[in-house]
Design a protein around this ligand. Structure first.
Ligand SMILES: *[C@@H]1O[C@H](CO)[C@@H](O)[C@H](O)[C@H]1NC(C)=O
Ligand SMILES: *[C@@H]1O[C@H](CO)[C@@H](O)[C@H](O)[C@H]1NC(C)=O
Ligand SMILES: *[C@@H]1O[C@H](CO)[C@@H](O)[C@H](O)[C@H]1NC(C)=O
Ligand SMILES: *[C@@H]1O[C@H](CO)[C@@H](O)[C@H](O)[C@H]1NC(C)=O
Ligand SMILES: [Zn+2]
Length: 294
């Protein structure tokens, strides 16, 4: 009935349908919110250097073999603060109940404010803006500040925003205001508060009130959380996979976000690929007829 000219167009139809199937498969997204650890990892001043030492990287007998030694301070790069970090007698790293390490992500976007004011602190109105868009912060939430700091990492003078990266008095980076944290503790049942900067207290703090409040209330902290631009402001599930260090005050964490792309968006994609396929078929049949008549 059709000549071989139709074959390419049938292939296009097949492509459209395949696209729809592929989009279906990509319905769930997994995002890594973790900086890689190496000699460039940003530590608070006074911490010992990161050490990565190759023990084996060679052929042994009939096979290849690699193994390394590494050592790191707890509070560097993308990492977790256990409540014991600033509050005596509270959970140390291995004691944190595992259900506290997973929860709904609440991303507080203060990028424009932090660009205008490097000493910006997330305040109660920023939380109200989020809640006016998405409703109350859910129980067990992981509340993360996105200040846009991720692009400065791992340049220490950009991350601490200072000429002298060993002098905390000169640091200028954003974080949470203690009043916002107090409000979250009193009014919302949250599990974790985190920042994309090196500390939950802003660079110019002298007294670390946010660290103290979180610790006293057994709330976990996250610091140097990476790539928050890649996660929706709500509806992601965040996982803070900290090393289960016995008696630790924190530790390196693999932070991961999982979210599902909006189903209306997904339906739009399916509709577009079906319509594209139909238009392609009709056009190709018309062209085919026209050529035969000519
Ligand atoms: C550290 O890792 C980053 C990638 O995350 C890489 O670009 C950089 O070269 C590494 N630096 C060192 C000193 O190994
Ligand atoms: C790093 O660790 C290795 C293995 O323990 C050790 O031999 C080396 O001296 C350490 N390097 C530094 C700079 O401390
Ligand atoms: C707080 O949330 C946790 C789950 O994240 C739940 O187990 C607990 O009962 C809640 N507490 C209150 C007072 O609602
Ligand atoms: C940087 O700060 C440290 C600690 O306050 C101080 O000892 C050092 O002299 C400073 N370096 C410069 C270049 O100012
Ligand atoms: Zn820390």
């Amino acid at each position: 009935m059709f000549g071989s000219e139709v074959v390419p167009f049938l292939l296009l139809v097949f492509l459209g349908v395949s696209m729809a199937i592929i989009y279906h498969g990509e319905n769930t997204r997994v995002v890594d919110l973790t900086f890689a650890m190496n000699a460039s990892t940003v530590y608070w001043p006074g911490s010992p250097d990161f050490n990565f030492t190759i023990l084996n990287r060679q052929e042994i007998g009939n096979h290849w073999y690699e193994a390394n030694y590494f050592s790191t301070a707890e509070h560097g790069g993308t990492h977790l603060d256990a409540p014991a970090h600033f509050s005596k007698g509270k959970w140390r790293t291995h004691e944190i109940p595992v259900e506290r390490l997973v929860g709904p992500g609440v991303i507080i976007d203060v990028r424009s404010k932090a660009t205008a004011n490097h000493d910006y602190r997330v305040h109660i109105p920023d939380i109200e803006v989020w809640e006016s868009k998405y409703g109350n912060i859910p129980q067990g939430a992981i509340v993360l500040m996105n200040s846009g700091w991720t692009k400065r990492y791992p340049d220490k003078s950009l991350v601490f925003n200072s000429e002298n990266t060993t002098d905390p008095e000169t640091f200028h980076f954003p974080a949470f205001h203690e009043d916002a944290v107090k409000w979250l503790i009193q009014h919302r049942n949250i599990s974790i508060v985190g920042v994309d900067t090196p500390s939950l207290d802003y660079g110019q703090t002298k007294t670390f009130p946010v660290h103290q409040l979180l610790g006293a209330n057994n709330i976990i902290g996250l610091e140097n959380v990476a790539y928050l631009d890649k996660v929706p402001e709500h509806s992601a599930i965040i996982f803070a996979g900290v090393t289960k260090l016995y008696d630790g005050s924190g530790g390196p964490a693999r932070v991961i976000a999982i979210y599902t792309i909006d189903s209306s968006n997904y339906n739009t994609l399916i509709t577009i690929s079906i319509i594209t396929s139909i238009i392609t078929v009709v056009l190709s049949l018309l062209i085919f007829r026209f050529c035969r008549l000519g």
